[in-house]
Design a protein around this ligand. Structure first.
Ligand SMILES: Nc1nc2c(ncn2[C@@H]2O[C@H](COP(=O)(O)OP(=O)(O)OP(=O)(O)O)[C@@H](O)[C@H]2O)c(=O)[nH]1
Ligand SMILES: [K+]
Ligand SMILES: [Mg+2]
Length: 346
């Protein structure tokens, strides 16, 4: 049996197994197996002629945003609107066949926006250019999942599933579990909170499935078996995702209102240039970037030349070991958006 069949067998078994106390270990095991096969699926095949999976586009600027979506939802139209790059748009599917980079200039930052071929169900298993598109998505700081507002919720659910199956976790944080494989000593299991979804026995079963017999495990959060498996497997990508519903010029006001209220969602129309400013504001928030300006002693700050930092970056990240005035701050001082720093040599 090939990996794909094994995966589908396990998925079927999970679907027909009722979720209750008596089946929790069985389900936990099935999920561990499923994750293992999916990981195998992701390993680059040795026979493949091309070296890399993704499209070779250099990272540039301060952050990278990937446009993921079904064919003809308006990804290329969006890129052409927001950047000075033109990407061919047309009414037929799979107009875009490769990765096309553009740059959004916003608040002094250069944000690299990547237009990509449309992906469809089965993308993760290599349908169309699915694998390459997903490989690029993994390298992004934020994913914009572009959806056709006239098609409702289906596209979002299908794409979420595709990305989920290759280890991309959207709008989720890394599970707060300490996990360290050891040379000996068996499995030591502890938790700092009450666990409602995992137990010591289930954790052991899952670890054994991965042939791990010695490890230290500390749950600092009430995580699910799936989240624990994510921690063991390790190569998960936790990524902010904005759901962008395009073509709202085609739907009723009521429907626009309904979509706009969904979490992590923005409604736009590229055709009528609606709500694009708000989308940029949201994108900026999701990128969590901070601009810092420098000034020399006795001179005004240079507001034309910002240093772009990740939110939460401290003075040390600016790359200096000096002190600042008028307010002197320690090296670990967290920089805020539009702070001005002056570097003074001792
Ligand atoms: N009504 C309407 N049509 C739009 C809007 N945005 C894009 N379109 C149309 O949708 C069609 C597809 O647009 P593209 O930009 O080629 O879509 P894509 O997602 O890049 O498509 P692929 O590259 O084939 O995956 C084109 O005919 C666009 O003119 C919109 O806001 N409203
Ligand atoms: K198209
Ligand atoms: Mg396109």
């Amino acid at each position: 049996m090939g990996i794909l069949e094994k995966i589908s067998e396990i998925e079927k078994e999970i679907a027909r197994t009722q979720k209750n106390k008596a089946t929790e270990y069985h389900l936990g095991l099935l999920k561990a197996k499923l994750a293992k096969y999916r990981a195998q699926l992701l390993e680059p095949s040795k026979s493949a002629s091309s070296k890399g999976e993704g499209f070779d586009v250099m990272k540039s600027g301060d952050a990278r945003v990937a446009l993921i979506g079904f064919p003809s939802v308006g990804k290329s139209t969006f890129l052409s609107l927001m950047t000075s790059t033109a990407s061919e748009a047309a009414s037929y599917e799979f107009t875009t066949l490769t990765c096309i980079p553009g740059v959004i200039e916003y608040k002094g930052a250069n944000i690299q926006l990547l237009d990509l071929p449309g992906i469809i169900e089965g993308a993760a298993q290599g349908k169309g250019r699915g694998r390459q598109v997903i490989a690029v998505a993994r390298t992004a700081d934020v994913v914009i999942m572009m959806l056709d507002a006239t098609k409702g919720e289906v596209q979002r659910l299908l794409l979420e599933k595709e990305l989920e199956s290759v280890g991309i976790r959207l709008n989720k944080h890394k599970p707060n579990i300490y996990f360290k494989p050891k040379k000996g000593g068996g499995i030591s299991f502890n938790s700092t909170v009450t666990l409602t979804q995992c137990s010591e026995k289930l954790v052991q079963l899952i670890l054994h499935e991965y042939k791990i017999f010695n490890a230290e495990v500390l749950f600092r959060e009430d995580c699910s078996p799936d989240e624990f498996i994510d921690v063991i497997v390790g190569n998960r990508v936790y990524m902010p995702c904005l759901y962008v519903y395009n073509k709202i010029d085609q739907i009723s006001m009521e429907e626009v209102d309904r979509l706009a209220r969904k979490p992590n969602s923005v409604v736009i129309s590229c055709g009528m240039k609606l709500n694009l400013d708000y989308l940029l504001e949201m994108l900026w928030e999701y990128l969590a970037l901070t601009c810092i300006y420098t000034k020399k002693r006795g001179q005004r700050p240079d507001f034309t030349d910002a240093i772009i930092l990740r939110k939460g970056a401290s003075v040390e990240h600016v790359g200096t070991s000096t002190k600042y005035s008028p307010q002197r701050v320690g090296l670990t001082h967290t920089m805020e958006h539009e702070d001005v720093i002056q570097i003074v040599k001792k």
